[in-house]
Ligand binder design. Structure first.
Ligand SMILES: NC(=O)C1=CN([C@@H]2O[C@H](COP(=O)(O)OP(=O)(O)OC[C@H]3O[C@@H](n4cnc5c(N)ncnc54)[C@H](OP(=O)(O)O)[C@@H]3O)[C@@H](O)[C@H]2O)C=CC1
Ligand SMILES: O=C(O)C1=N[C@H](C(=O)O)C[C@H](O)C1
Length: 268
């Protein structure tokens, strides 16, 4: 039995994860957190998620939520990440992180915590996007920079960060395939008298609307042809199933920072 604590239990992903844990064999929900001041504090986590009471109270204390957990799963907001990492490190609790919009300090905090506990971080836990990242790296290394790279992502109206973490990760794959630095080539959105497109730019466009779960296209536009690699998620369960797979896998790993390629055994 893998005992799991969900950090961010009141969110769209948190509730999806709780429902899947409740329905799964071999998984047990033992803790759940909400933002301090949240109406969800003190509620039964299963009732909150809409799958019936699970006898697990939502708390604002990360330490209490992870006390008896084999692994924590974090789908919160960037502002919560450092505190969650500190609590996981203090409790020696492995953690799967799905939160996006993390800045350089947050990223450094993950690296630092990974020196003492095992951590999986992925901007997208779907198997399809994990494969897409490989395809994009391959395409970018095969095509010269006359093929302009543009990344277009679409998400629901509630999403708070842009471009998506997945879009940034795909941009990183283009940069790696080309052997360049993303921070030197990235162009975010366009407006006004922009001038001609700089050679080698990696463009990002973010669309927001309705209930779109998450769609990403990487376009390589050349003269006379273009290649488009697209992934469309139709359900949040796709991400949640991947995160649960990562959680099961992580409990057997030594301290270190891992991603979905490690979880899926795709590393050469
Ligand atoms: N890696 C992946 O595969 C995926 C990543 N994501 C990412 O996961 C994150 C969450 O997405 P989603 O569930 O849609 O967003 P939501 O806004 O629905 O959920 C985030 C939840 O975290 C809560 N929260 C904020 N601060 C804390 C805290 N300190 N402790 C506990 N809970 C806290 C929020 O509470 P409140 O609303 O009260 O502020 C909210 O309930 C986003 O960064 C998103 O981009 C999403 C899908 C897939
Ligand atoms: O906020 C979301 O919903 C999603 N966020 C992740 C991201 O920023 O890439 C993954 C997925 O696209 C859904």
């Amino acid at each position: 039995m893998t005992r799991i604590a969900i950090l961010g239990a009141a969110g769209r992903m948190g509730r999806t994860l709780i429902r899947l844990i409740a329905a799964a064999d071999g998984l047990d929900l033992v803790g759940a957190t909400a933002r301090p001041g949240s109406d969800a504090d003190g509620l039964d986590a299963g009732t909150l998620a809409g799958c019936g009471a699970l006898d697990v109270r939502v708390t604002v204390s990360v330490a209490a939520a992870i006390e008896s957990a084999d692994v924590a799963i974090d789908f919160t907001l960037p502002a919560a990440l450092i505190g969650n990492l500190e609590a996981a490190t203090a409790a020696a609790c492995p953690i799967v992180i799905g939160t996006t919009g993390i800045d350089a300090d947050g990223n450094a905090a993950i690296d630092s915590a990974a020196a003492s506990i095992p951590i999986v971080y992925a901007a997208n836990y779907s198997s399809g996007v994990t494969l897409l990242q490989r395809l994009v790296r391959t395409a970018a290394s095969a095509l010269d920079s006359d093929y302009d790279a543009e990344i277009v992502e679409s998400h629901h109206r509630y999403k708070r960060d842009a471009p998506s973490g997945t879009a940034r990760a795909l941009g990183q794959c283009v940069a790696e395939g080309r052997g360049v630095r993303l921070d030197e080539q990235a162009t975010y959105a366009r407006e006004g008298l922009t001038g001609e497109r700089p050679a080698g730019a990696i463009g990002f466009q973010a669309l927001r609307g309705g209930d779109i779960v998450g769609e990403h296209t990487v376009m390589f536009a050349g003269d006379g042809e273009r290649i488009e690699l697209t992934h469309r998620a139709a359900s949040r369960e796709t991400f949640a199933r991947g995160a649960l797979r990562a959680a099961r896998w992580l409990t057997g790993q030594p301290a270190g920072r891992y991603d979905m390629e490690d979880v899926l055994g795709l590393r050469g």
